[in-house]
Design a protein around this ligand. Sequence first.
Ligand SMILES: [Zn+2]
Length: 80
Amino acid sequence: MIINRCPYCSGKLIHGYIKTRGEALAWSPNPEKLPFMTNKWHIGEDDIKLGDFSYYKGDKIDAYKCNTCNIIIINANKDL
Ligand SMILES: [Zn+2]
């Protein structure tokens, strides 16, 4: 799914990426920080995995930014 317009101001969204390399990228409803000894590829029970863990290649997910509202929108389904 390509997102063209900001849902708040209807301005043009800029396509880009949220990137990771050192650990798995996830959205979480839990505000707690990860425990120190947690594996870097750990995804919590209620978390949504957005990127894979890889020391060498990293991973990324499409993200769309509105320069007016300064928000970033992510489609949590990587395959779309
Ligand atoms: Zn906007």
